[in-house]
Design a protein. Sequence first.
Length: 265
Amino acid sequence: MKIAFSTLGVPGMPVAQVVRLAADHRFHGVELRAHATEEPVHTALSATERAAVVRQFEEAGVEVLGVGSYVKVAASGEDEPVLAELRAHVALAADLGAPYVRVFPGAAEATTGADAVAARRLAAVAPYALDREVRILVETHDSHRTAADVQRILGLVGHRAVGALWDVMHTWLGGEQPSASYPTLAPHLGYVQVKDIASAEDRTPLPLGQGVLPLTECVEVLSRDDWDGWLCWEYEKRWFPAVPELPGLLDGARGHLGRLLNESA
């Protein structure tokens, strides 16, 4: 498996710094948060600016794992604004050489109607994504936090350009253990997002291995199936200001994930 970290919780960090940190701490890739007002990488970048981002990653030998969008595919409202935003993020990922775009479900609740809305929108954009060699991944999150929830949407779409992003915290909060989540998501799985927290009530991020999330079990079920994808550590200082700065945590996170992979090999 390859190991990445996410800039989802590090608003405004320059691309050059992100790349340098990834290379210095032996991460294979980075998930880039795409936010128009907080981040240096977003859908309004020109072709020249996108090429400059690609060049920095290539020179460092670090991959762009994915684009973390804030598109909510099951949210109420008209389809076209969602479709336009989704296409724009797919185009950005393609230009950056990133294989994935993360989207949220974002419904008020996980109903059959919300499933159908999400599936309709994803199916509409799937051919566009396929043509650009990008997969749209629905994260286990918010209204559809379990693998079973997300699988209902993906089953309706039935297109290989649409898959799942497994956020281990959310499936665990939804009452699923990795032994149940993984088989459900496996046919659709793009990559796996990991973090650690103090408890279900206190989601303040902790160094990997110091909280309650079943990270060891997650890696074990992936390894037993010879899954050869990405583990991406999600750092969340953006929403938890008391969390230490990213550079001081990278070695510990990289070391813990490396140990989990070795133990399960």
